[in-house]
Design a protein around this ligand. Sequence first.
Ligand SMILES: C[S@@+](CC[C@H](N)C(=O)[O-])C[C@H]1O[C@@H](n2cnc3c(N)ncnc32)[C@H](O)[C@@H]1O
Length: 171
Amino acid sequence: MLALLVKMTKARRVLEIGTLGGYSTIWMARALSEDGQVTTIEANPHHAEIARLNIEQAALGHRIDLRVGTALEILPSLTRPFDLIFIDADKPDNPAYLDWAMKLAQPGTIIIGDNVVRGGAVVDEGSSDPNVKGVRAFLKMISEDPRLEATAIQTVGEKGWDGFVMAVVKE
Ligand SMILES: C[S@@+](CC[C@H](N)C(=O)[O-])C[C@H]1O[C@@H](n2cnc3c(N)ncnc32)[C@H](O)[C@@H]1O
């Protein structure tokens, strides 16, 4: 789906927060035009090394800028604008990632946040789970931000019941 979105929007600059092994990174990089680039941030050096090897094997090193460190350390060093921003790291920091996404976006930028349904736990307003609290605050910020139009979609697959939120920065 991310690759389709990159193609449909003709995104040239993509930002990903949370690389893991580079699976989504590689899908998005393959969908880019020759001059496009994915900047992806990973805090865990072991995951980043696996991602680096996967990117090398996919022969996509020229299209992927892998930054190793915590997202909140790295985001201030990036230059805007990005055309598509995929937020998929630690959920408690999602509100801070949305603030950064808005600073790094431009009108028309797409922002995707993964894992926002959490087996339905997201509707529990009294939840003490920091992931649920982070996602709830993130969704509230998106819904109240007049610069954004958004929808959240539930998914059921081999990883269970979850979903993503998709927003666009208004023109
Ligand atoms: C769900 S995985 C990313 C999956 C990947 N986007 C994909 O779809 O293939 C989340 C990743 O975020 C990383 N992460 C967690 N906290 C982070 C932080 N503060 N800054 C950057 N990365 C972080 C984790 O180490 C993990 O590799």
